[in-house]
Design a protein around this ligand. Sequence first.
Ligand code: F6P
Length: 531
Amino acid sequence: MPKAAEPIDQPVQEPVDEAALAAALEERINGVVAHRPLVMVSNRGPVQFTQERNGHFSTKQGSGGLVTAVSTVLQENEAVWIAATMGRGDRARWQRARDNNEAFIPPAESGTNFHLRFVEPDEAAYNKYYNVISNPLLWFLQHYLWDTPRAPDITHEVWDAWRNGYVTVNQQFANEIVAACDNLTDRGEPIVMLQDYHLYLCPGMIRAQRPGTTIQHFIHIPWPDPDYWRLLPVEMRKAICEGMLGNDIVGFQTKSHARSFMYTCEAYVPDVEVDYTTRTIRWNDREIKVTHYPISIDPTAVKRIAYSQEARAYERYLPTHWNEYTILRTDRAEPSKNIIRGFQGFDRFLELHPEFRDRVNFIAVTQPSRMDVEEYRNYLDDISAIVGRINAKYANVETGWQPITLIMGEKYARVLAAMKWYDLLMVNSLMDGMALVAKEGALVNERSGVLLLSEGAGVVEQLGEWALVVSPADVEGHAEAIFQALTMPMAERHRRATAMKREIESHDVTMWFRDQLRDIIEIEDQKTEEA
Ligand code: F6P
């Protein structure tokens, strides 16, 4: 008979208490939020200053998803926020701070929770950095917007804008960030959190001056595949990738954009090792984590504004725009938003379904954006032209009906007030990092409105299941989706709308931020262990 195997002494394994570990990590995140010096950096700051005639300064909140998200998640931490001066008011306010030998503009004086610090590029350099390289060159590239047989042309002007605009302003930002960090160390080692595509060179420039600093960078817009990056000459695309590899963590809105970034580094940076399973890049003896954090909204704050007195005041006149069926869209006048195809789809819908004429209104709330850039000015003109053509084609002189109303301007309370009423919200971007309007609309809408969503919007990963998803160039598909939405039984509308609300309420912007801090803590622990 074979002898039974001798038992081997095994070290007794203590069961791991996962819940206790997770709770301890959450406590550490709370500690970072409450005490750790954070340096938030973006091109556009949380507020813009205006100097009044009496010399005093007033402020207006900066526009856009980035400012709203970051302002929301950093309520408790007296973080430093570094941004570029946007106009005369910012420059005058920053000059006053320097005259008073202040390193920061204190929170009480900006009406924010931040210690503000400005980077002040000269106007020519800023113009090259913002109006030539960031928008349109990088923006168009990252949203696949170039009509490549014709554009972009990387002329000597573009090279000049790169060298004497983008590189220069990034270096100014980096110097300012390093100075701010040096100023803060009595509160602990600062964490630098960079935002967006204006600052791709900064991480490498900061790393060169402060090798040990924890640097994280979140990109709010898509990241295209390596082939498309070939539109940029080697020097530019290599500098962008290598600049980004100065970070400890690079975050994107979606998994696929994170993957494209890894492919791009593998294609254009010599000697990188990319591990697609652990989502890390090894370069110059450092490890960089590449991941995704889908941005979201603060449901309580959005509802507070949607039900504010200001919003209610708009609700008194907005109904003059409604009809038996109301379609809404609300965006910056921006080529990536695909506004014109949305109107073409609506035109086709009215052609196919004349029974809906007189009964449906399409309201487009449009905010002019980046008007110093020719492509944006032209796009706004194209929007006005197509609206005119469609209105002329279908307008009913007897009833006074015209199918499309264009409302210009940016008033957040008005947008939210309008969102309560739609039957269909159109979010058909060609490409979009996230498209937060889809989340805002689904949250505040009171009529179980349907969401038409493009495959190119990052939000499709979260809400696509309950939306009508279209391919962004498919005009016929837009027309069919409009018909499907306006004829959808109310019970089905309700089922989808309820599921979307639940999803948005359970994945808010705080989670977006805490997930980033969790990864920062892990990376710092890892670095300490390795040291
Ligand atoms: O991520 C894109 C973004 O930075 C958003 O935060 C914002 O909506 C928009 O672009 C603002 O652009 P700009 O600062 O150029 O007006």
